[in-house]
Design a protein around this ligand. Structure first.
Ligand code: UDP
Ligand code: MG
Length: 330
């Protein structure tokens, strides 16, 4: 074990590492995770900081962090002014990080710290982004698995981004990747998409996710659906194109059908008939138009949130020196 630690230290000497952990009501998990990370990083890198971004927790997270921070300047606590969502919390953490490499992970122990040395080694070999991919999703419901599959398929359609399926936010990034992410100006930050968009040399590593240590997942089906729509509208435009193409095809079909009816009326004098057909057609097209307006609305709501130019998150309080002294924003 000592040899192992020494070997790792030699491998990573001089490296500074920032570990970013967004958390919402994870006090119990943080009590386990933070000491584990401190022990791990102590033997792994030259210097490190652990940035815990409190995304509006209502449990005893602030107290737990204050206890853990005693005599531990490497522990940075960034408390957001309310719950801004995981994507915003991740952004806050990445912006606060100073390390040569930045690791993002969840607080619930579903992202095993033991993978970090493996990621670091890949980074040592020149890989700029190492992301963890769940080897299987059998712990999830069939509904969620099918939904996820459909989402990744839709993301890939028509030259969309190559977002690696089943890769979460557990990843290690080189400073250059982090810099690129920070330069992206958008406010709706679908991180999985942004990670893929910036590119760089990326490599997956596979793992079997353990189940959550304490608490329950915050990503219920409806929230996942919302996230999927955010991702699709942020990174693809094919839904808009489908609407134009569908509109064109339907107009052509309607025009042809109209011609047939007019001619049959003129030539054979068919009496007006078909109330059923009429109602079906009216309702069908009303539905199609509402869907089209809805799709447009999704894009417009994104434009709306971008033009408002509100900050992605607000910091209420910040504690801990981290790698470099930081300003206290109280
Ligand atoms: N999280 C967050 N803000 C939120 C929801 C979740 O910071 O609004 C954090 C949460 O504390 C955890 C991570 O994001 O550290 C992943 O959340 P969760 O375990 O609920 O998601 P899942 O693992 O089911 O995808
Ligand atoms: Mg989780």
């Amino acid at each position: 074990m000592a040899d192992d630690a020494r070997a790792r230290q030699a491998l990573s000497s001089g490296v500074t590492l920032s570990c970013v952990i967004p958390c919402l009501n994870e006090a119990q998990n943080l009590r386990v995770l933070i000491p584990e990370l401190i022990t791990l990083f102590g033997s792994l890198v030259a210097s490190y900081e652990i940035i815990v971004v409190d995304d509006g927790s209502t449990d005893e997270t602030p107290q737990v962090m204050a206890d853990l921070a005693a005599g531990e300047p490497a522990l940075v606590y960034v408390q957001l002014s309310r719950n801004f969502g995981k994507e915003a919390a991740l952004t806050a953490g990445i912006e606060a990080a100073h390390g040569d490499v930045v690791v993002c992970m969840d607080a619930d122990m579903q992202h095993p710290p033991s993978l970090i040395p493996v990621m670091l080694e890949r980074w040592r070999h020149g890989i700029e982004m190492v992301y963890a991919v769940r080897a299987d999703r059998h712990d999830e419901t069939l509904f969620k698995r099918l939904g996820t599959r459909l989402f990744y398929r839709l993301m890939r359609t028509s030259g969309g981004l190559e977002v690696p399926p089943n890769a979460g936010d557990f990843r290690l990034m080189d400073r250059r990747v982090v810099q690129a992410l920070l330069e992206l100006p958008e406010r709706d930050r679908f991180m999985k998409g942004l990670f893929a968009w910036v590119g760089f040399q990326s490599e997956p590593i596979y793992y079997d996710p353990p189940s959550r240590l304490h608490g329950v997942s915050r990503f219920k089906p409806l929230r996942l659906f919302r996230l999927a729509v955010d991702g699709l509208t942020a990174f693809t435009t094919w839904p808009l194109r489908i609407m134009s193409v569908a509109g064109l095809l339907l107009s052509l079909a309607s025009f042809t059908y109209g011609l047939i009816i007019v001619f049959s009326h003129l030539l054979w004098g068919d009496p007006v008939q078909g109330w059923t057909t009429l109602i079906t057609v009216i309702l069908f097209f009303a539905g199609v138009q509402l869907i089209a307006v809805g799709v447009l609305g999704e894009y417009i709501s994104r434009i709306f949130s971008e033009v408002k130019q509100r900050p992605v998150y607000l910091v209420r309080l910040r504690r801990g020196a981290g790698l470099k002294p930081v300003r206290v924003l109280r």
